[in-house]
Design a protein around this ligand. Structure first.
Ligand code: PLP
Length: 362
């Protein structure tokens, strides 16, 4: 349509992991026979404490949520040793990405990200009519020196997914420190830490929030806490940036049931530990299996593994017929790879068995 913004017309829609119900419908399978290892969800389900809190909150569904998110923001501030003013809630951390773009992007300015970075950054840059600068990531690791080199007077945002999705790679503290030292005043560095809870040695980026640098650190309840369906994420930023993000959001962007669930999930240490342990074992299971079979993979710091299977679309389709949903990677310019999220031990085994059957002569 002619009246529309050209950059919206040009947008290639985000392709999510294939839902279980849709797969069941299309293939005539029973939903309970299908396993989804496609969206880095928590195979242990939601935090039980969050579940209880959600049920209790249902009685108040006729009331608008606390748009200021007082309880949840206070709890996040306390837990992470930052100020209340440093915390911004989002409808998933994906919305924090959008709020950053609302605040800083327009036609003529640019967003920088790594070549194999999370695809939503590119979608958002495009949606706001801004330029998207993609920096090569040798070995699938963000090259922060090259990303700093790529900054121009027009650059406003640099996104660092740490660990990155879909590669699972991590950049370390020393590289981050060097990058922040080189960051010019007109640019905000965004650390997307959706998989933070899975890290054994997490780099400290919150120190830059406390120091008032031009940074935003994004995290989410979608992964380790198992609350993807609720759409609740958060950002930490110094007040001069958090204030902009708060102005850019809808008044009730984080719904009440999600806020209540998140508040309970923060301190459900038992569930987080079980999740992290299951993940550690699952990653080891897949990586050992791939090593034995001589299949190339990228060692992962997150809750998924990227593995080279030849024809990724074919493997995706064939696994689908067996009721195993993984993620094809053509959209990431990785047509030979699939990304597999860690499931329960039995789900992991079933996935590997089906892969073995498919790839025995690969
Ligand atoms: C999953 C993921 C997110 C989180 O998305 P939500 O909107 O919080 O569900 C953000 N960034 C990356 C890199 C992710 O993989």
């Amino acid at each position: 349509m002619e009246a529309a913004n050209q950059w919206v017309c040009d947008l290639v829609p985000y392709e999510p992991g294939k839902p279980i119900e849709e797969t069941a419908r299309e293939l005539g399978l029973a939903p309970e026979d299908i396993i989804k290892l496609a969206s880095n969800e928590n195979p242990l389900g939601p935090s039980p404490k969050a579940k209880e809190a959600m049920i209790a909150e249902v009685d108040y569904a006729h009331l608008y949520p606390d748009g200021g998110g007082y309880k949840l923001r206070s709890a996040l501030a306390q837990k992470h040793d930052v100020e209340f003013e440093n915390v911004v809630l989002g409808n998933g951390s994906n919305e924090i990405i959008e709020l950053l773009c609302h605040s800083f992007l327009k036609p003529g300015v640019s967003l920088i990200a790594a070549e194999h970075a999370f695809v939503v950054y590119k979608l958002m840059a495009t949606l706001f009519g801004a330029d998207y600068i993609e920096v090569p990531d040798p070995g699938f690791v963000h090259d922060l020196d090259a990303m700093a080199d790529a900054i121009t007077p027009e650059t406003r945002l640099v996104f660092i997914a740490n660990p990155n999705n879909p590669t699972g790679t991590l950049v370390k503290q020393a590289e981050i420190d060097r990058f922040i030292d080189r960051l010019p005043d007109h640019v905000v560095a965004v650390f997307d830490e959706a998989y933070y809870e899975f890290l054994e040695e997490a780099p400290d980026t919150l120190r830059y929030v406390r120091e008032g640098r031009n940074v935003c650190v994004m995290r989410t309840f979608s992964k380790a806490q198992g609350l993807s369906a609720l759409r609740i994420g958060y950002g930490f930023a110094p007040p001069h940036i958090a204030g902009l993000l708060n102005r850019s959001r809808q008044p009730f962007n984080a719904n009440a049931i999600a806020q209540a669930a998140a508040l309970a999930a923060i301190n459900d240490q038992e569930h987080i530990e079980a999740t992290v342990q299951n993940n550690k074992e699952g990653i080891a299971f897949f990586e050992n299996a791939f090593e034995q079979r001589n299949w190339e993979f990228i060692p992962s710091h997150a809750n998924f593994v990227l593995v080279k299977v030849g024809d990724g679309d074919h493997v995706f389709q064939e696994l689908l017929k067996k009721g195993v949903i993984v993620r094809a990677m053509r959209g990431y310019k990785l047509p030979e790879w699939v990304r597999i999220s860690v499931g329960t031990p039995s789900q992991n085994q079933r996935c590997l068995q089906e892969l073995d059957a498919l790839l025995s002569d690969f």
